[in-house]
Design a protein around this ligand. Structure first.
Ligand SMILES: [Zn+2]
Ligand SMILES: [Zn+2]
Length: 259
């Protein structure tokens, strides 16, 4: 079920800000030169599909995480009597709680292009979906600022962008929440997480993140990442933020694997 985000009057100014005339003209011109593509199948969108940012064949392909889901990490649950997934029953986390939009397997190919094939533009569709589905929840949580999970600078230079940052910017533009860039830095290029087990992942990330400001004035922060697997990355960033004085760290992930 999709819910429209409720926008309080003090946040409404941010909506007005982004959609000014010059920006729209620039975007139309960019669309002419680089035609917009469907984030799922990568086909160029026609005029009608353009507004939805997804082609009509793919509209129903992404599988949304729906109730019941884990009250801690947002992973899909099959049993509505359960409150937490088996992972969260076993281990504690440094974040308060988080949610994820899609089942990873339903957007796997798209995620690959989003991360490795220069399709940063997919962030626009994905960020809008996140804001539509979870905007109201972010309000309820009292989120003050959005922080993208950082990428190691050398890696970002090679790839051209950090997909979590692109996603965060899009969620920020759609929800009216400010996005804080450069607050957390990834100071070590860690080993690819998919090659490591749960314990190794945490060790791999130890001291990988530092806070670049000694004046962190937020109490409730929303971390944004493209995928949630064991939560080791989100936990490591949350720990760094908490050490810097943030009281409550929440997260939203674009996708999440099965439990
Ligand atoms: Zn498509
Ligand atoms: Zn969980």
């Amino acid at each position: 079920m999709k819910m429209l985000p409720v926008i309080s009057s003090d946040r409404a100014y941010a909506f007005v800000r982004t959609k000014d005339f010059a920006e729209r003209i620039f975007r139309d011109l960019t669309d002419l030169i680089y035609p917009r593509r469907c984030p799922l199948c990568d086909r160029v969108l026609d005029m009608e599909e353009h507004k939805k940012l997804i082609c009509r064949e793919c509209e129903n392909k992404p599988v949304y995480i729906h109730s019941p889901y884990c009250f801690k990490c947002g992973k899909q649950l099959n049993d509505s009597n359960e409150e937490y997934c088996s992972d969260c029953r076993r281990r504690s986390h440094s974040f308060v709680r988080g949610v994820a939009l899609y089942d990873y397997s339903s957007i796997r190919v798209s995620m690959y292009r989003f991360k490795y094939s220069g399709r940063a533009e997919y962030a626009e569709f994905y960020g809008r979906e996140i804001a539509l589905v979870f905007g109201e929840l972010f309000e309820k949580w009292g989120i003050e600022a959005i922080v993208p999970v950082p990428m190691y600078s050398g890696k970002e230079r090679m790839r051209g962008y950090n997909q979590a940052e692109k996603l965060a910017e899009s969620v920020g533009a759609e929800s009216g929440l400010p996005v804080i860039h450069g607050l957390v830095k990834r100071v070590r290029n860690t080993k690819p997480m998919k090659l490591l087990g749960v314990g190794e992942r945490a060790a791999n990330l130890k001291n990988a993140f530092i806070i670049a400001s000694n004046d962190v004035k937020f109490s409730k922060v929303l971390l944004v990442d493209d995928i949630f697997t064991t939560g080791a990355t989100i936990d490591a960033v949350a720990e760094a933020l908490k050490e810097a004085g943030v009281s409550y760290v929440y997260f939203v992930a674009l996708s999440i694997g099965a439990g």
